[in-house]
Design a protein around this ligand. Structure first.
Ligand SMILES: [Zn+2]
Length: 381
């Protein structure tokens, strides 16, 4: 211990001496040209050695804060996950319902991520005790996609899950690796516009089961991890730059082919269809495909950084956008959403180091977003 202590002291002393040597005397100019930024000279100091991931500025801003408890209108949350929300037992389900009661969530749509026995178990877990508080969605069967009977098996399993209580499908996710995920070679990946899925999409339409679809991902995933990466290191594990995946644009094009080919099937693309950074481009897709809807789940940071533009968008497409969370089930998480959507509060601390600005949505827009669209579009039978 002593040796370590002495060596640390020596290192500190050496640093102190060398720093003294390098620092110019008062009135003396440094050898290197000073760097100017925004009219201020940049000088080296202790912050130079702070790692990007550790940078957490504390705000001194004092502005009005609106206290928020329950949501202004009853909410249908169209995007939650049983596994992500750590729900394993009936007690977990009850605890979640208590938080929903406290915060004003009437119903949560739960993605089970399952077919077969696991789907049945979860359907029983959620629906037996709280049939009015949850809807459960099943997954897509992706076993044996190369077998000739795959399309029929996928349809059969969907029908079976429907009988067991499934009222939708999802979240189906294709970030480029195909709907199966993992690291399959390109010719083994099942994408949404694959003809083998045609009977499945048609069956979804017939049973009036909406499909929650995660297509592509945030566009920054296709940009290199480096000094210009838009999202913080917390999101770097989602990065796809240089990987063997289709481009962001190609994936959105596969969504469009699905929508075009199956106009009777209701597709709810989650996370503002990963176009929250460019709402005008999402507006074009919504104009083109009447069977396209979107949820705002996990895109608090997109809405919060452009409150005026997002408010206009949500008003123009008030019949097409639904509320979802996808961020766990903590009381505080829900209250954060209400504050963002309902209040005029400014500079709200958010994710990705972005601060948000409240949208203060008018009641009629809020009602459509929170509840009315879900009541109209989802399957409540
Ligand atoms: Zn999700």
């Amino acid at each position: 211990m002593k040796i370590v202590h002495i060596s640390l002291c020596l290192t500190a002393l050496a640093c102190l001496l060398s720093c003294r040597e390098q620092a110019p005397a008062p009135g003396e100019k440094s050898a290197a040209e000073p760097v100017m930024k925004y009219g201020v000279t940049v000088q080296s100091g202790p912050m130079d050695s702070i790692l990007l991931k550790d940078y957490k500025p504390a705000s001194s801003l004092v502005v009005p804060r609106t206290p928020v408890g329950k949501a202004r209108f009853p909410v249908i949350d169209v995007h939650t996950h049983s596994d992500m929300n750590g729900v394993k037992t009936a007690d977990d389900v009850d605890a979640w319902v208590r938080v929903m009661d406290e915060t004003g969530v009437e119903t949560s749509v739960v993605f089970t991520g399952a077919v077969g026995e696991e789907f049945d178990r979860q359907a029983e877990l959620f629906l037996r005790r709280h049939p009015k508080r949850f809807q459960v969605y099943c997954d897509l069967l992706t076993e044996g996609i190369d077998a000739p009977d795959y399309p029929q098996r996928a349809v059969k399993e969907l029908e079976r899950c429907y009988q067991k209580g499934a009222r939708g499908v999802g979240e189906l996710s294709d970030k480029g690796a195909g709907l199966q995920g993992g690291q399959l070679p390109r010719d083994k990946r099942l994408h949404v516009d694959d003809p083998r899925l045609d009977p499945f999409w048609e069956k979804c339409a017939e049973l009036k089961l909406p499909v929650n679809l995660h297509i592509a991902d945030h566009p920054s995933c296709w940009q290199p991890l480096g000094p210009n990466q838009e999202r913080t290191p917390d999101f770097q594990h989602f990065n796809l730059y240089g990987m063997d995946v289709p481009s962001y644009e190609e994936l959105l094009a596969s969504r469009d082919r699905l929508l075009q080919k199956h106009p009777r099937t209701t597709i709810i693309t989650c996370h503002l269809s990963n176009q929250g950074n460019d709402l005008a481009s999402l507006a074009k897709a919504l104009d083109r495909y009447p069977n396209l809807y979107a949820d705002i789940s996990a895109r608090d940071y997109e809405i919060g950084r452009q409150p005026r533009n997002a408010s206009k968008f949500l008003a123009s497409y008030k019949d097409r956008i639904m509320f979802g969370t996808d961020m766990g089930r903590d009381n505080e998480m829900y209250l954060g959403w209400w504050r963002l959507l309902e209040t005029p509060d400014e500079y709200l601390p958010g994710r990705i180091w972005w601060t948000y600005y409240g949208l203060e949505l008018p009641p009629e827009i809020l009602k459509s977003l929170y509840r009315d669209n879900a009541l109209r579009v989802l399957n409540w039978k």
